[in-house]
Design a protein around this ligand. Structure first.
Ligand code: 1GP
Length: 246
């Protein structure tokens, strides 16, 4: 697992990893190159590419363009099996473990598995947990799954533990892209205390301070999408914050 080993090394050396999410559907065609070039030289550790919906037929081209310029791993963040292509270095092989929709628990994965094998993409087993970030999200609608209430860390802990026992290498705590509220610090602390699995935290994190607080609470990786879409300069500030674990 070349990319996963790289990610583990980053956490060991820097305390936590900074992952930038590029949604190829964000109408960011004109600034795609700039975004990736900035990521290359701003201390970003990896690029996640994906989204719940693809609204045109050019998303594979965009991934090829990203891969062409990136000098850091480009990892697929799947919204559906139709988004797979050969340009990725690895993928989060995810199951929406907070949901009860069998299609997103195992259905998509069964369709995807032979394609992933054929393309030789490194699959990183990931338990994806949707937590209520205060607003309805695309992923909630598309996956037909209810988010875990934010004031029920006990439910979140039980899901994360189940993911760990099922062999997930990462647990992704997702508040949803552009969420009103990011995953609370206390929830991350409690899940980190009760489990023994690397936590990826994303959704609604708008400032380097919010990112640093989540690293100090136990997040191994922070994913930032919306906050860097319009201001690439902030990337370097996020990198410093995420790589300065207390
Ligand atoms: C979404 O966690 C990511 O899957 C990033 O969310 O766009 O709110 O940063 P934001």
């Amino acid at each position: 697992m070349i990319v996963f080993d790289k990610l583990k090394k980053i956490v060991k050396e820097k305390g936590a990893g900074f992952i930038v999410l590029i949604d190829p559907d964000r109408k960011n065609d004109k600034k795609l190159e700039t975004l990736v070039e900035n990521a290359n030289c701003s201390g970003v550790d990896a690029i996640l590419v994906g989204g719940s919906l693809m609204m045109d037929g050019r998303s594979h081209d965009r991934v090829a363009r990203i891969k062409d310029i990136a000098n850091i791993p480009v990892i697929f963040f799947p919204g559906g099996v139709g988004q797979i292509n050969e340009y990725y270095d690895a993928m989060l092989f995810m199951s929406v473990i907070s949901g009860r929709n069998p299609h997103y628990l195992i259905g998509e994965q069964v369709i995807a598995a032979p394609i992933v094998k054929d393309l030789g993409i490194e699959a990183i087993p990931t338990g994806y947990m949707l937590l209520d970030g205060g607003s309805a999200t695309t992923v909630e609608f598309m996956s037909g799954s209810l988010p875990i209430p934010m004031d029920r860390p006990d439910i979140a802990i039980a899901h994360a533990l189940a993911g760990q026992y099922l062999g997930m290498k990462l647990i992704y705590l997702e508040a949803g892209s552009g969420a009103k509220y990011p995953v609370p610090i206390e929830t991350i602390e409690q899940i980190d205390r009760e489990t023994n699995v690397s936590l990826v935290v994303g959704g609604g994190i708008r400032t380097p301070k919010e990112a640093a607080e989540r690293v100090n609470a136990g997040a191994s990786f922070i994913v930032i999408g919306t906050a860097i879409e319009n201001s690439s300069e902030i990337m370097a500030e996020f990198a410093i914050a995420i790589h300065s674990k207390d």
